[in-house]
Write a protein that binds this ligand. Structure first.
Ligand code: FPP
Length: 254
């Protein structure tokens, strides 16, 4: 009985390495509501959300997750009030300025996914330099989805394929994969969304075809190491069939 109860509780030592997701995507939602619930300005929610990102990156390294993709700014976020848009752009700049050295020392490789065209030349350069500076790091790939939209990504991939003159009959999943921002990386195994919203919001819509989703009511600033462990624990106990049957996968009856 005790063993069975223990079995229900997440603990780092009971995570089987082969059951830890190789690629986790996170829709970091709820900064604004976190702040509102405390009578604080939204900016404070984003500040706490940024602090939390450090904790979650650290926890990914601890749990052996090799790839993390965070949804930091969507193509739709430009519709927010100009002041908030400016703040979110500034946060990315500040995070790069303040955290780059430590991320690099901890073996984190930064990649950007999304369009850079609407970003200022200074921010574009900062992003480019951060990616270059960390490009040989191998402990954790941190994909920062910034000015990112899933449909937008598919459109630009199709454009590239057409421009490359690839004949229609030669267009396969592999070909399109090669033209996605995530080219060379495995698809996300687990996508987490915080704050109680139960939707995908244009995040990695091509890559998430077989992803497991985990939704939690916890607002992003409170989604800490324990919460991540809980999500990975739940993921590790799910059966992924990829369209096949239990018999094909040799899964015993319940
Ligand atoms: C959602 O909260 C969060 C965002 C729009 C992104 C902000 C993310 C951070 C500040 C973390 C670090 C970011 C970077 C750039 C590395 P919300 O404002 O949608 O919350 P609400 O739905 O409660 O209003």
């Amino acid at each position: 009985m005790i063993a069975a109860v223990q079995d229900q509780q997440p603990a780092t030592q009971s995570l089987l390495p082969e059951r830890v997701p190789r690629h986790v995507g996170i829709i970091m939602d709820g900064n604004g509501r976190w702040a509102k619930a405390r009578g604080l300005p939204r900016t404070e929610g984003h500040r706490q959300g940024t602090e939390n990102l450090r904790r979650v990156i650290k926890a990914c390294v601890e749990f052996g997750v090799p790839i993390l993709t965070i949804y930091a700014f969507s193509t739709e976020n430009w519709r927010r009030p100009p002041l908030e848009v400016r703040l979110l752009l500034t946060i990315l700049e500040t995070v790069i300025d303040r955290e780059l050295k430590e991320l690099h020392e901890n073996g984190v490789r930064i990649r950007h996914i999304g369009q850079t065209d609407r970003l200022s030349p200074a921010l574009q350069k900062k992003i480019h330099d951060a990616c270059e500076y960390t490009k040989d790091n191998q402990r954790l790939v941190l994909n920062v989805a910034f000015n990112y939209g899933g449909r937008d990504e598919i459109i630009q991939a199709v454009r590239e394929v057409v421009r490359a003159g690839i004949p229609a009959d030669d267009i396969t999943e592999e070909v399109l994969n090669q033209h996605m921002y995530t080219s060379g990386l495995p698809d996300p195994d687990l996508i987490i969304r915080t704050s109680g919203e139960i939707r995908g919001s244009n995040f990695l819509i091509w890559q998430a075809a077989y992803a497991e989703y985990y939704f939690t009511p916890i607002y992003w600033p409170d989604f800490d190491r324990e919460q991540l462990l809980e999500a990975i624990w739940e993921y590790s106990r799910r059966t992924r069939r990829f369209g096949q049957t239990d018999e094909q996968l040799d899964i015993p009856d319940e």
